[in-house]
Write a protein that binds this ligand. Structure first.
Ligand code: FES
Ligand code: FES
Length: 165
């Protein structure tokens, strides 16, 4: 059985034929669309390495069936930078040493972008840790990750204020 879905990926409209209705968004991105920035860690919703944004909300792409995403707007780590300019969250991860091996980093960054958009984190590091707890880091770079989220949140708020002025 094959079906076709239309969705927007990183701002680009795509028509995708699915030969297997059970294919996950993660496998669609990595294996069929060559968007390998999204990582496969556990493949069962426990590590957050596969986090992407769907319609602005962070989700584990390993748990999401591609067939259910007809019409969705998907953003992956490849879609964050603006040309040569890094997204403020990407820049903050570099500035704050928010990674070591980097395997979990795309998922951490996408989750951070989603969390900042949710506006729930405030400036409490403990709360940020709690709200990022679905993203595991085997290297234990949690301190830098938390600092990066707080830093990026400040930068984005300043950008917003400047744009509104
Ligand atoms: S690969 Fe999806 S949560 Fe681990
Ligand atoms: S930086 Fe290595 S798993 Fe997080």
């Amino acid at each position: 059985m094959s079906l076709s879905i239309s969705l927007t990926i990183n701002g680009e409209p795509r028509e995708v034929a699915l030969d297997d209705p059970r294919v996950t968004l993660l496998d669609l991105l990595r294996e069929r669309l060559d968007l390998t920035g999204t990582k496969k860690g556990c493949d069962r919703g426990q590590c957050g390495a596969c986090t992407v944004l769907v319609d602005g909300r962070r989700i584990n792409s390993c748990l999401s069936l591609a067939a259910s995403l007809h019409g969705a707007d998907v953003t992956t780590i490849e879609g964050l930078a603006n040309g040569q300019s890094l997204h403020p969250v990407q820049a903050a991860f570099i500035e704050c040493d928010g990674f070591q091996c980097g395997f979990c980093t795309p998922g951490q960054i996408m989750s951070a972008v989603g969390l900042i958009a949710e506006g729930r984190a405030g400036d409490d590091p403990e709360r940020v840790r709690e709200l990022m707890s679905g993203n595991l880091c085997r290297c234990g770079a949690y301190q830098g990750i938390t600092e990066a989220v707080l830093e990026a949140q400040k930068t984005l708020a300043e950008d917003k204020r400047r744009d509104a002025a």
